[in-house]
Design a protein around this ligand. Sequence first.
Ligand SMILES: Cc1cc2nc3c(=O)[nH]c(=O)nc-3n(C[C@H](O)[C@H](O)[C@H](O)COP(=O)(O)O)c2cc1C
Length: 196
Amino acid sequence: MEENKLNLNNIYESIWDELLSGAFNRKHPFHLCFFSSLSADSLAPETRIVILREAIKKNLHLRSNCDLRSSKTKEIEKNPETMLMFYDSEKKVQIRIRALSKIVRDKKIVEPIWNNSQEISRQCYYTPFSPSSVLKEPFSNSLLNLKGKELGLSVFGLIVSTVVQIDYLKLKHDGHVRCEFRCDKKRLVKSNWIAP
Ligand SMILES: Cc1cc2nc3c(=O)[nH]c(=O)nc-3n(C[C@H](O)[C@H](O)[C@H](O)COP(=O)(O)O)c2cc1C
C-alpha cells in the first residue's frame, strides 16, 4: 500500500484496493479478517477470524459468510455494532474498521453465493451440530452429513458490514502514519491525520 506523498485520498483509495484484493486473493493478508461483535448476553467483546469474501467500495460493504446457528449471528442481530480488523505484516499496515453489520438470510441473495462457493467451503456447513454446541467426542469430518446440501444451504448466511469509520496505521521508521476516515450514507465525509 503506497501513501503517494501522504495524501489522504490516496490512502483511502489504497485501503479499498487492498480490501478488494483481500476478497479475491486467498494469499493476500486481508483475506483474513479479525471480526468483533458484542456478546449477546453480557456485552463483552467477542473476536474471531472470518474470511473476507467481498468488498464493494461504492456502497462501503464488506461481506463474509457465516453459519446462521453461530453465536456471531445472534450477536449481530442483537447489536449491529462491529469492528473488523486487518493486518499486513509485510507492509506493517493495520486497518481497523467500525461497521454496522447485518445478517442476510434471504435465500434469493444467499443461494447464488452458495452455488458459486467451492465444495470445500460448503462442507463447513454440512454439520448437524450448531457451532459451539457441546460434543461427546472430538469433532471429525466423519460426523459430517455429506449429503447435506440442503442442510448446508439452510444454515448458510452472509454477514454484510457497512463501513462507518476506518482507522489506518502504517508503522514507519521515520514516523508512523495514522489517519481516520468517517463515512456516512455510503460515502466518505471526513478524513483526518491523527497521532499514531
Ligand atoms: C482461518 C479461519 C477462517 C475462518 N473463516 C470463517 C468464516 O469465513 N466464517 C465463519 O463464520 N467462521 C470462520 N472461521 C471460524 C470462526 O473463527 C469461529 O471459530 C466460528 O465461526 C465460531 O464463531 P462464533 O462462535 O463466535 O460465532 C474461521 C476460522 C479460521 C481459523
